[in-house]
Design a protein around this ligand. Sequence first.
Ligand SMILES: NC(=O)C1=CN([C@@H]2O[C@H](COP(=O)(O)OP(=O)(O)OC[C@H]3O[C@@H](n4cnc5c(N)ncnc54)[C@H](O)[C@@H]3O)[C@@H](O)[C@H]2O)[C@@H](O)CC1
Ligand SMILES: [K+]
Length: 456
Amino acid sequence: MDYIEAKRDDLNYSKTYGDTYNLMINAGRAVAKFVSSKFKQHSKVLIVCGTGNNAGDGIMASSFLNCMDVKIQFIKEPFDLKTYEARRAFNENNQKYFTIEDLDKNIQESEIIIDAIFGIGINGSPREPYSSVISKINSSGKIIVSVDVPSGFPYPGSVKPDYTVTFTGIKDGMTSETCGEIIVSDIGIPENVIKYSGPGDLLYLPKPLPDSHKGMNGRIALISGFTYSGSAIIAARAAYNTGVDLVRVYTSQNNYNIISSYSAGLIVRTFNDLDNDDINQNDAILIGPGLGLSPGYRDILINIIKKYNGIIIADADALKLLSPGHLEGKKCAVTPHAGEFKMFYGVDATEENAVKMSKKYGIITVLKGKVDIITDGDNIFYTSGGNARMTMGGTGDMLAGLIAGMAAKHINLIRACMIGTYINKEAARICYDDLGYYYSIDDMINKIPYVINNKI
Ligand SMILES: NC(=O)C1=CN([C@@H]2O[C@H](COP(=O)(O)OP(=O)(O)OC[C@H]3O[C@@H](n4cnc5c(N)ncnc54)[C@H](O)[C@@H]3O)[C@@H](O)[C@H]2O)[C@@H](O)CC1
Ligand SMILES: [K+]
């Protein structure tokens, strides 16, 4: 697993259960269990703590190490502990502790050093005073047990442990060379946290670079609104609010002026322009919202699909005009509600069939409902939340725009679907909290940046 996945689980756990204190108890217990089973009783153990939850895990370990002679060593002070969980671990476990002036003596007197300086919250090579402390630990000749990851890893200047007790799974790049013997401990992250999307999934959103140029944050084209301009406008605005650089809308001559005048940020073209424009200039395309069901439109879609090599999101009328075979072999997600699912795949809209059909055609399916089901045929994820007002027109168009926007940023497509469905339902929740039942689709679209900003 990568650091983002671990942080994602952490954040989604907090969202569901309020905080990660119970996980910290399990993490501390796991470290203590390893140390007390591996080393002789009454060994002199020094737990060296930073300021984050990694330190909290170390402090928590001390409460399970009654059979050892334990000292807690801060590099700063206990009041520098930055997280609620770490402060609580310290307050509830009420251990005698030492600060930096005692470090050299404590290292010298110890037999085992538990390294709880940094975990996955590290950001660049360790700065002072931590880098000097790490050098001292590394040259101490004592047995070193790192908590979760060697502090400083994966950057240069990290702790070089004999053992690493890591949580949930081995993090990318961890080897016996960098981590010593690795002990993987399941700290009890529940299945629902892993399977349900949440704010942690937004951590996968790439932040725009200060020197990024136009197009780097995603370019999308919508083939939409040939009949109903509103659907195209909703999907385009939602996509735009995900922070993509370019949103092009290809529509009918009839709706060209309406869509053009709606938002100055949109580039509007007619479907005739598709003959000359290079569709492959777009990172993702969204086909379907507000299209209408003219058979001529089917031919337009089939032509584009043939020409296009990027990521396709198919929604609404595209699912009525096309069959799954048209999308086979493409990087594609479809976003049907139950009725569209049955029309598109020809089978009932059940979770089992979503998995089966996704597997058969190599398409990601987002089956929309009270709980959205997201599957690529091998994995299943869910998004819950929202409220009854989401039955209003436009929420599906907004979702399709959100997923297309995320896909255009080259986030893994199944993750883009998790993020899109999460933002959609979370925007509805915020609208309900602010405005009660009487909110509109425009209110929801305007909340997209709030949902994103609150979490990254
Ligand atoms: N994944 C999970 O679900 C769980 C994680 N837990 C623990 O929480 C850890 C992550 O905790 P946090 O996110 O609080 O972060 P860390 O405890 O890894 O530390 C981050 C702290 O170090 C500082 N820092 C970051 N980079 C620095 C640098 N280069 N030089 C100097 N200071 C720097 C930051 O200001 C921050 O205060 C995990 O590794 C694990 O040990 C556990 O508590 C249990 C649950
Ligand atoms: K550590």
